[in-house]
Design a protein around this ligand. Structure first.
Ligand SMILES: *Cc1c(COP(=O)(O)O)cnc(C)c1O
Length: 350
């Protein structure tokens, strides 16, 4: 696949303070842009990161026919740049595209495009266990037409941002039993823009009560926990790593899948099954809720310090007493950075 490449004449790199990275505020020098016009992919271009003009009638703005992905490039312990399960992100982008009635993105465009883009901006890939270059592909409808129907034309943009830790403080999450993120038959399993826009109002109510995030429950009964923000959710009950099964309403996290496999490798017992809000409270009371954490590319493994439900605040064990999440999180980052062997063939290097 051929890419048109136009490099910047004024790199931002000297102005980036890698000791003060916050999530998603500084963008690297270049972006990739590819248009799909009436089903035909045009030659993709890598060019300086910058603004572009849009029409007021741009279809994506009106009906949220827009999807995205999130992955990271890591600085390995020997200085190379690595990707973790990059083809899985390409595949998931197309799962989202299909659900949103958008044409698939050729795997080669996605995978090779990201490799070339990051190779050009590799100076922006920071070094350290908590640091990485976050890669954001976004794909949206570009018809200038406000009819309520799938667009004929689309644009893929991929840009990158050097990042530090996603959450600055220990996470407090609130179990949401009134609003839903998604339901059976909905779009929850797709990284579709509207899923996130729709979550902001309930999330803001939790933030106003002193929490950082919500734990979503099933839309039918609000009885079983699903996921939290843009993280899948895992618990340790009596030493058993336990997580809800995938469904239409949950995003199939690549981190979730990887941690389940790493847990088996490390001989940590695993159960994938429904977890009710009642069970969480019961296990908190009888002391068998040992750990709770969120998982995702942005956060890696993120310990949850406190779970709120209605008026109740369940404060979990201090982070230094959480052997399972700590071991899993460390092993995952060690694979990503090439510090331990990659027995699953997950890592690619540029
Ligand atoms: C992206 C995302 C995740 C995590 O997926 P990873 O592939 O592990 O990054 C979990 N839940 C939601 C809602 C997400 O958008």
């Amino acid at each position: 696949m051929q890419f048109t490449i136009e490099k910047t004449t004024q790199s931002k790199l000297p102005s980036v303070d890698f000791d003060q990275l916050v999530f998603g505020k500084i963008f690297s020098d270049h972006m990739l842009v590819a248009d799909c016009i009436a089903g035909e992919w045009q030659q993709p271009a890598i060019k300086p990161y910058g603004k572009f003009e849009i029409a007021p009638s741009l279809s994506a703005l009106h009906h949220a026919q827009s999807i995205f992905e999130g992955l990271k490039a890591y600085r390995s312990v020997n200085g190379d740049v690595t990707f973790f399960r990059l083809p899985d992100n390409a595949a998931r982008m197309n799962v989202s595209a299909e659900r949103m009635a958008m044409p698939p993105i050729p795997q080669e465009l996605f995978v090779e495009g990201i490799k070339q883009l990051v190779a050009i901006d590799k100076g922006f890939v920071p070094s350290g266990d908590e640091l990485a270059l976050y890669v954001r592909p976004v794909y949206f409808a570009t018809d200038e037409a406000i009819g309520v129907k799938a667009s004929l034309n689309y644009r893929l943009i991929i840009f990158t941002t050097p990042t530090g830790p996603f959450y600055a403080e220990p996470l407090k999450v609130m179990i949401e039993t009134e609003y839903s993120r998604s339901s059976e038959g909905g779009t929850g399993f797709a990284k579709a823009a509207g899923n996130y826009g729709g979550s902001f109002y309930p999330t803001r109510r939790a933030i106003q009560r002193g929490y950082h995030q919500l734990i979503w429950t099933d839309a039918r009964e609000n009885k079983y926990v699903e996921e939290s923000g843009s993280m899948n959710l895992m618990f340790v009950f009596n030493g058993v790593l336990t997580t809800p099964p995938l469904s239409h309403s949950k995003l199939a996290g690549i981190t979730r899948d990887s941690l389940l496999k790493i847990a088996s490798d490390l001989q940590i017992p695993v159960e994938v099954r429904e977890i009710s809000v009642d069970e969480i409270q019961q296990r908190f009371d009888d002391g068998s809720l040992n750990e709770c954490f969120g998982t995702g590319t942005a956060v890696g493994v993120s310990h949850i310090a406190m779970i709120g439900h209605k008026e109740r605040e369940m404060v979990l064990a201090p982070f230094d007493q959480r052997p399972v999440a700590s071991k899993l999180g460390k092993h995952l980052i060690d694979i990503k950075r090439g510090a331990v062997s990659d027995s699953h063939g997950w890592v690619t290097r540029i």
